[in-house]
Design a protein. Structure first.
Length: 325
């Protein structure tokens, strides 16, 4: 059986990164497209047979068999998804714009140090389940905060067509895909998945700590505005992350449930001075509780980070009346 191109020609083109077709000619008197498909595909999933139209010397002479795809696209209504590692992970589908969003996110994060000294940066997924949006929250040493979301333009258009409020203000739009993939985008392209729900990673601990600091910063903002209810709500949010971090530090089974897991795991082992984080609807009392919360959050963040060998979040942040770093 003669196979084209030759082995030497194929090797040279392969080394040069060139796409090529390997082919041969067979006498197929005893074969049909279906029988050939059954022999070649062997019942493997994600295989297919494309038949050309019947009749005619030109239009009816080709059949195409495909198997073991490198990439799979699928769509459901207006939503499109892509899987770049179907052989390793058949369910690793992400929205079609996810890889590009991850690339732009990494580009923005890499540029942040040019804006000034950073205390810390939080990057995590946000938005609804059917969107692929990435949040970037940066806390600078001079007290400036930058809170951005990277989202696919298609998701914004879908929301607008559905009558949604214009809650995205575009600051920068990428008109063409970047030339290279950032590490986050490569991980997504390789079919990476978040860890199992019960596995609390160091990155998860870091995110909880960061969100706790964000809640306390917001509490200070609302106190300066005189909005006691909103300040009280943010203080409660910060305390939830304190409970979750303490649960993670001490090996509770489901730390993200916060207080309930701390009490289920060991009701006598509470974060030191956590009772000082509780306040009534009084400005002075809320300020006191917020300042106390910074100390408790720093303590539980360090404990949780040590249990996952991660650096504590915002190590240089200190609470003041004005909430400056």
């Amino acid at each position: 059986m003669q196979i084209e191109p030759s082995a030497a020609t194929f090797a040279a083109r392969y080394a040069a990164g060139e796409a090529q077709v390997v082919w041969t000619t067979l006498v197929a008197d005893l074969e049909t497209p279906v029988s050939a498909f059954l022999k070649i595909a062997g019942g493997r999933p994600m295989s297919f047979l494309l038949e050309s139209v019947e009749g005619g010397e030109v239009r009816g002479r080709y059949s195409i068999i495909g198997l073991e795809p490198d990439v799979i696209f699928r769509s459901n209504g207006a939503a499109a998804e892509i899987n770049r590692a179907p052989l390793n992970n058949p369910e690793a589908f992400a929205p079609a714009g996810a890889e590009r969003v991850a690339t732009v996110e990494a580009m923005v994060a890499a540029a942040l140090p040019d804006l000034g000294p950073l205390i810390d940066v939080l990057r995590h997924r946000t938005g609804t389940a059917d969107q692929w949006a990435r949040r970037i929250f940066a806390q600078f040493a001079d007290g400036t905060q930058l809170d951005l979301t990277v989202i696919a333009q298609a998701d914004i258009e879908i929301r607008r067509r559905g009558g949604g409020a214009p809650d995205f203000i575009p600051l920068y739009q990428v008109s063409a895909p970047p030339d290279s993939r950032a590490p986050d985008a490569q991980a997504l392209a390789d079919g990476g998945e978040p860890p199992a729900a019960r596995a609390v990673t160091g990155d998860q601990v870091r995110e909880w700590a960061f969100l706790g600091w964000c809640a306390l910063i917001d509490a200070d903002k609302y106190l300066r505005r005189g909005s006691l209810w909103e300040a009280h709500d943010r203080l409660h949010q910060a305390r939830h992350h304190i409970w979750a971090l303490w649960a993670a530090a001490h090996g509770a089974l489901y730390p993200w449930h916060g207080l309930s897991q701390v009490l289920d795991h060991d009701p006598d082992n509470l974060p030191p001075d956590v009772e000082s984080t509780v306040a009534g609807l009084d400005a002075a009392d809320l300020y006191r509780a917020a300042r106390a919360s910074t100390q408790v959050l720093a303590t539980v963040s360090a404990a949780a980070a040590a249990s996952r060998r991660k650096e504590p979040v915002m190590p240089g942040l200190r609470w003041s009346r004005r909430g400056r770093g």
